[in-house]
Design a protein around this ligand. Structure first.
Ligand SMILES: *Cc1c(COP(=O)(O)O)cnc(C)c1O
Length: 353
């Protein structure tokens, strides 16, 4: 017991981030980062910014907000930016949920959802995935709670079609339906076309994955003015300069370099499909992921054996001990050479079993 932790938070179980080892160079396929550097436009911009770092950043993040608004054909009032989408999720849970309006999400998804619910004393409604790992859309229809769904879903990489998302949004008009599109750029259907129709839909995006900017911490939300205003209420009661000077400019450049973005995401999709096929060829079960990672399971090597065996060979993947997916490892999509090394390493582990 730590006497400085309040009773209310004494049972809080925090999120466990993926390893970021500093000891040696691994082929790092454990935290869904991009294998590619961010847009080359950033390098030229940064030097001119150093002197201005003595000044606070723009609390309204105008450059970034209007760049995003323009890119998506929205108004500035429909865009909210934050210090990573994790911060945004924290704000959303804080302001939309409560004892009266709880929140529903699947049992296998982004681990932070449950942590934020605990942090704010919200009892979540957690619905199991079907045995094929897909989301049972019926669980969320008319559920009379806020809903959060990652699409594609975290850990499984499986995506719901837009028609299913619309059913959920349409049947819960008095509640926020949050679609976390952290991985949508890798091949799933976005809920963007629904934004003009439904004021209860909030789309959350991050620049950490498809825009190669995990280290910058930039996330954003798109939604109705009412939903965005609610987030502003929390932001200005918490940290009004939540995106820093470099974040605002770098984020805008990340959005503007469309060609580079398209090139990187296309390559990741291509390499993902090749890696899926190569691992299935070796006899592994691989989820049909539309994200920049997939889950993979072998029938002879346990999840833990795959994880430790690969680590010894200098390849980091994610292993979720004590979870419903402990038979699996989650593998992020690296570049072509990294994925070839991965497939070769798994082949060797299987031969030596
Ligand atoms: C990575 C991830 C996030 C967090 O993104 P940041 O912007 O880096 O905080 C949020 N949701 C899901 C589903 C993710 O996979």
């Amino acid at each position: 017991m730590n006497k400085f932790v309040s009773n209310r938070l004494s049972k809080l179980v925090p999120y466990v981030p993926g390893e970021q080892p500093q000891d040696k160079k691994y082929i790092k396929l454990n935290t869904n980062e991009s294998p590619f550097p961010p847009t080359p436009l950033i390098k030229d911009m940064i030097e001119g910014e150093v002197d201005d770092l003595r000044l606070y950043s723009d609390p309204e993040s105008k450059i970034l907000v209007s760049t995003l608004a323009k890119y998506y054909g929205l108004k500035d009032e429909n865009v909210f930016v934050a210090n990573g989408s994790d911060e945004l999720l924290a704000f959303a849970f804080m302001v939309y949920c409560g004892k009266d309006k709880g929140i529903a999400f699947p049992n296998i998804t982004y681990g932070f959802y449950e942590v934020y619910a605990d942090l704010y004393g919200i009892t979540p409604s957690i619905f199991p995935l079907k045995s094929d790992f897909s989301i049972d859309v019926n669980d969320y229809i008319n559920v009379k709670k806020n809903v959060i769904i990652a699409n594609p879903n975290a850990q499984t990489g499986l995506a719901l079609p837009l028609s299913d998302i619309e059913k959920i949004v349409k049947s819960n008009r008095d509640y926020a339906v949050i679609i976390d599109e952290a991985y949508v750029d890798f091949g799933a259907e976005t809920a963007l076309p629904l934004l003009t129709k439904y004021d209860n839909l909030l789309i959350i995006r991050t620049m950490s994955k498809s825009r190669s900017l995990a280290g910058m911490r930039i996330g954003y939300a798109l939604g109705s003015k009412a939903l965005i205003d609610a987030l502003q209420l929390v932001k200005y009661s918490f940290n009004s300069y939540n995106v820093d000077r470099l974040g605002n400019k770098i984020g805008a450049l990340g959005v503007l370099d469309e060609d580079y973005f398209q090139k990187c995401t296309r390559e990741i999709i291509r390499v993902r499909e090749e890696a899926k096929a190569a691992l299935r060829e070796l006899g592994l079960t691989v989820t049909d992921s539309k994200a920049n990672f997939f889950l993979a399971r072998d029938n002879r090597l346990s999840g833990k054996e795959l994880y430790t065996g690969l680590r010894e060979k200098g390849i980091l993947v994610r292993y979720f001990a004590n979870s419903l997916i402990s038979d699996y490892v989650r593998i992020s999509i690296g570049n072509e050479n990294q994925m070839k090394a991965l497939v070769q390493a798994i082949k060797e582990l299987k031969e030596n079993k």
